[in-house]
Design a protein around this ligand. Structure first.
Ligand code: BG6
Ligand code: MG
Length: 220
């Protein structure tokens, strides 16, 4: 029986994935590092520090900065990102997501959040969704980031459900790997080529209806 659906935030509940991209590109421009849309796919789901490391590695700049300089660069990106997310309102909840969350609540299916973002509580507040999630994993408490399954396993623990009774929803390749390795059923949102390891892929959140989820669960 399906007991829980555990969601990623950025690119799943709202389109903050685009803001992360803009903010990293701004930092990249300053450092003379070009961040393409294709490379950005490799940053989705990945935490702030590791994202910066991957960006610097593009131009062999990993050793060019001290640990405190790297921390300052990550803060600079985040400060700009925070100004972008200030504009978010409930209108920015991606299509179909509010209806899906309401339906899951009505059916007593638990709702969890498994986001690598330290800004997640702020974003949920802007979206008017702070009370909607039954649990939110605090990424600061984790040993490993996505693609490690820890964040999804932790969400299941917090909800007192087993991974086999849960679905994970992600827009990132690293996130799908994390869900699969947590032995949950994975649903990808986005490009089926990028997310080819997902159990099922929808191209937009509009297609992620409660009815669709039930069909997938019955036929898995
Ligand atoms: C993930 C995003 O959800 O959170 C990544 O997909 C981002 O792009 C990561 O780097 C960390 O977010 P934040 O808000 O803590 O910098
Ligand atoms: Mg995401």
């Amino acid at each position: 029986m399906l007991k829980a659906v555990i969601f990623d935030l950025d690119g799943v509940i709202t389109d903050t994935a685009a803001f992360h991209f803009i903010a990293w590109q701004k930092l990249g421009n300053k450092l003379g590092i070009n961040i393409t849309e294709a490379f950005n796919e490799e940053l989705k789901g990945v935490d702030r520090t590791e994202s910066l490391r991957r960006i610097l590695a593009l131009e062999n700049q990993e050793q060019a900065f001290s640990t405190s300089e790297k921390a300052a660069l990550a803060t600079e990106k985040n400060d700009f990102y925070v100004t972008l997310i200030e504009e978010i309102t409930p209108v920015d909840i991606l299509p179909g997501i509010s209806e899906l969350l309401d339906k899951l609540k009505q059916q007593n299916i638990k709702i969890g959040l498994a986001s690598a973002s330290k800004n997640a509580p702020t974003i949920l507040a802007h979206l008017g969704l702070s009370e909607t999630f039954d649990t939110i994993v605090d990424p600061a408490t984790l040993k490993k980031g996505k693609p490690d399954p820890e964040i999804f396993i932790q969400a299941c623990k917090q909800l007192a459900v087993s991974p086999a009774e849960s679905i994970g929803v992600e827009d990132a390749y690293s996130g799908i790997q994390a869900i699969n390795d947590a032995t949950m059923y994975s649903i990808g949102i986005g490009d089926s080529k990028t997310l080819n390891e997902a159990n099922y892929v929808v191209s937009t959140t509009r297609e992620l209806t409660y009815k669709k989820i039930c069909e997938l669960w019955q036929n898995k």
